[in-house]
Design a protein around this ligand. Structure first.
Ligand SMILES: Nc1nc2c(ncn2[C@@H]2O[C@H](COP(=O)(O)OP(=O)(O)OP(=O)(O)O)[C@@H](O)[C@H]2O)c(=O)[nH]1
Ligand SMILES: [Mg+2]
Length: 262
């Protein structure tokens, strides 16, 4: 059976790299066979040692030097260069023969979501066995207007890829208990979020129309159902279970050994 690929995406600093690594560790402990891929040519996290690394083919520093570009222009150019290397990446992944592929995507979400090359990359690596995992950063998501902005962003990502999407509140350990409870309620009972944003006072957020909100409300998958922390290793089993439900009604892939208990 072809592997399932999870693409961790979200705003800069949302916790993509850390969660990709933590989720691989959790999966290995639980007896699943998962490999990691770094698709960020500018990744500088020394604690993340991906199994397949796009920097073996495309490095941001090299693109900046070769094309005389700044970091943002180089990221755009790099995303097209990455697409040219995608079959090498796919070959490297095929040699690893894993059941799950966990993909860390570039820091700026628009690079991943808005470039045509990203769609080609996802298509070549995993086709319809792909799940987008969109991270909500508590720094933004704890305010009602920030939460709504992230809902709209995750809707945009899903619109660009037309693939299943799972929204996850990352870094849940930084949330206070009341914040955690309130955010949980927003997803369960969206009108509480609508009320909260209108209770924030005279900000631009108060102009959110009820028509737009109804549209957002109707888009089930963009509402986060999972809270996770890579720091405390919480919510990772929930993330796994939600990913499983997305494919073939919860089919469970063969384990590589061990048992599923944490
Ligand atoms: N408290 C806490 N901090 C976290 C968690 N996950 C990541 N962080 C911190 O958040 C910051 C950003 O984490 P990254 O994993 O680099 O985030 P990213 O989305 O990959 O960042 P870019 O690729 O630069 O956009 C780092 O300082 C991490 O240590 C978490 O679960 N809890
Ligand atoms: Mg990162």
């Amino acid at each position: 059976m072809d592997p399932i690929a999870l693409y961790f995406t979200g705003t800069a600093g949302a916790g993509k790299t850390t969660l990709t690594k933590a989720f691989q560790n959790w999966m290995e402990t639980a007896g699943y066979d998962a490999v990691t891929v770094n698709l960020d040519p500018g990744m500088e996290n020394p604690s993340f040692d991906p199994d397949v690394d796009i920097r073996d083919w495309v490095r941001l520093q090299d693109v900046m030097a070769e094309y005389h570009l700044g970091p943002n222009g180089a990221q755009v150019a790099a995303s097209d260069l990455i697409a040219l290397k995608v079959f090498e990446v796919r070959d490297a992944l095929e040699r690893l023969r894993a059941d799950y592929i966990l993909v860390d995507t570039p820091g700026q979400v628009e690079l991943f979501a808005f470039r045509e090359s990203s769609r080609a990359i996802v298509e070549a690596l995993s086709g319809d066995r792909s799940l987008l995992v969109f991270l909500f950063d508590p720094a933004l998501a704890r305010q009602p207007a920030g939460f709504i902005s992230l809902l709209m962003l995750s809707a945009t990502v899903q619109f660009r890829f037309t693939l299943p999407l799972l929204s996850v509140v990352a870094k849940e350990d930084v949330l206070t208990e009341p914040e955690r409870t309130e955010m949980g309620r927003w997803s369960q009972e969206p009108f509480t979020l609508y009320e909260a944003v209108h209770g924030e006072g005279e900000t631009s957020a108060t102009t959110l129309s009820s028509e737009l909100f109804r549209t957002i409300e109707s888009m089930g998958p963009i509402w986060p159902q999972v809270f996770a922390s890579a720091e405390k290793n919480t919510g990772l089993e929930d993330l796994y279970a939600a990913a499983q439900r997305t494919f073939a009604g919860g089919e469970d892939l063969e384990k590589s050994g061990g048992d599923a208990s944490e």
